[in-house]
Design a protein around this ligand. Structure first.
Ligand SMILES: [Fe+2]
Length: 505
């Protein structure tokens, strides 16, 4: 039994509607709403939202089929039963196809309607249950698919992040290609990887670097079939794969699968990356190609940025060196002073175990150490006589002006500090800040000795240059006061071996 079920009856015969009302409302289990034509039925249906609809078929204006169609457009879950005296096969099929659930042939006993309601409601319950089960099953499937997608996305993000981390920090393009071959093997579970560079003129490929995850695969030469694969990828401007088949088993190679990927810089081919798997491994999947292509593009971007960075630095260095030349050109006595300070600093630095990078830094800072003198007027800079206090104060600003010029772009932090401190003394009596001992950068302490030695052994407007031996002695005598004793020791040692002499200029 279905308590409080709302039934709607539509018929142009008021007698039928009256019977519905009288019978069902009397049974106290149903509410009944009625309408005597199609348009009124649509209004009542929308307002009352009944659970069940009985409609006459033949009605003037809108017939039962047209009404059912409109009702089902509003709510396709409501069961509709058509009541008709003359059911034709055609109207029956049309109605059932549309979604009408049953027919009752007039005249009928009103109790038959009860039976129809029971039957249809039972069917509806089963249908709803099936629908729920189906929905639940579909949701479960959808959830599984989502979980799978999520796991794949997480894996992909992890791999792409790994590539970004590994490739991003490299500044030197030589190292980058070593890294590129190594990472290619890691991300694609490959055993061997080559990077070949393209000769733009002849179109030939030359091996630049390679990485073998298995020692027995390491070889300087690229096999012919891999060379062909690499060229094919260049011709087609896209990755090309190769997989060993039974047919080409006469090929003497442990490699079972390979992929060549063109490496472009600004859409222009620079070379080819070829990644190989050995020992019965599977071929490369679309996913492998995706990661390798991403890695290639990322590496290409780093190469472009490195080139831009190197170009930028080169331009900056050229400009700064030109500044120094301009300063030295103003004073014939200091010509080439900075270059000589750089040379002597590097000789001392090398003997004290500086690395190649540290020697570069010494050379750079040595060449630029007096760049701050660009801010000092010629009247003071080129003065023949003794400087008064104010003039000396102005001269002493040059390390800070120099550090400010070189540090301006934020690229050369260490070099900037070396320049800032090149007039500080070991005993803390130097300038601009009176920093002492180990607080003075090591390279500034080296440069301080080289700077003083060159100044003493060069002619000045107000005095002739000192003899080398006198200069060496002066440096020695100032060990522990003006200069770092360890630097002086290295300097004197070099001087005694004849590796440091004053310039013939
Ligand atoms: Fe200086």
């Amino acid at each position: 039994m279905h308590n409080h079920l709302k039934i709607m009856a539509v018929d142009d015969d008021p007698g039928v509607l009256n019977v519905f009302k009288a019978y069902f409302e009397h049974s106290n289990q149903y509410n009944v709403v009625t309408a005597s034509d199609g348009p009124t039925a649509l209004d009542v249906f929308t307002r009352e939202q009944p659970d069940f609809l009985f409609t006459d078929l033949a009605m003037p204006g809108m017939d039962g089929i047209a009404l059912s169609k409109r009702i089902l457009e509003i709510d396709n879950t409501v069961p509709i039963v058509i009541m008709t005296a003359y059911p034709s096969m055609e109207s029956t099929i049309t109605a059932l196809q549309m979604g009408v659930v049953d027919f009752i042939v007039k005249p009928f006993k009103i109790r038959d309607v009860d039976f129809v309601i029971e039957k249809v409601m039972a069917q509806k319950e089963v249908m709803v249950e099936n629908l729920l089960l189906k929905t639940e099953h579909a949701r479960k499937k959808e959830l599984e698919a989502l979980n799978f997608d999520l796991a794949s996305t997480v894996e992909e993000m992890e791999k792409l992040n790994f590539i970004l981390r590994k490739v991003d920090w490299k500044k030197n393009s030589g190292d980058l290609f070593d890294q590129l071959t190594k990472i290619s093997c890691e991300i694609s579970s490959a055993h061997l990887c080559y990077f070949q560079i393209l000769d733009d003129v002849t179109g030939a490929l030359f091996p630049l670097t390679s990485h073998a995850a298995r020692e027995e695969l390491a070889s300087e030469d690229v096999p012919d079939f891999l060379n062909l694969l690499a060229k094919k990828s260049l011709d087609r401007a896209r990755p090309v794969t190769w997989q060993r088949e039974n047919g080409n088993s006469n090929l003497v190679t442990p490699i079972h699968a390979a992929v060549s990927i063109p490496f472009n810089i600004k859409d222009k081919p620079l070379g080819v990356l070829t990644v190989c798997r050995a020992g019965g491994s599977n071929g490369f999947s679309e996913q492998d190609l995706h990661y390798l292509s991403f890695l290639g593009k990322r590496a290409a971007l780093v190469v472009e940025n490195t080139a831009l960075y190197e170009n930028l630095c080169q331009n900056l260095f050229s400009t700064l060196y030109a500044f120094v030349e301009a300063i030295e050109a103003r004073d014939p006595y200091t010509k080439q002073h900075s270059a000589r300070v750089a040379d002597v600093s590097c000789i001392i630095g090398k003997s004290m175990g500086c690395t190649a990078r540290e020697l570069d830094l010494l050379d750079f800072a040595g060449r630029l150490h007096d760049i701050g003198k660009i801010g000092v007027r010629d009247k003071i800079l080129l003065k023949n006589g003794r400087l008064d206090d104010e003039e000396y104060r102005i001269i002493k600003t040059h390390p800070e002006i120099g550090a400010s010029i070189v540090g301006h772009m934020g690229l050369l932090k260490e070099e900037t500090q070396v320049i800032l401190r090149h007039h500080e003394r070991w005993d803390g009596k130097g300038y601009p800040h009176g920093v002492a001992g180990q607080d003075i950068p090591f390279f500034s302490r080296i440069m301080s000795v080289a700077d003083t030695f060159d100044a003493m052994t060069s002619d000045r407007a107000y005095r002739k240059k000192l003899d080398d031996q006198v200069a060496f002695e002066t440096v020695k005598n100032n060990s522990g006061t003006q200069f770092d004793p360890q630097v002086v020791e290295a300097f004197i040692d070099l001087a005694q071996k004849g590796e440091i002499t004053s310039s013939p200029l």
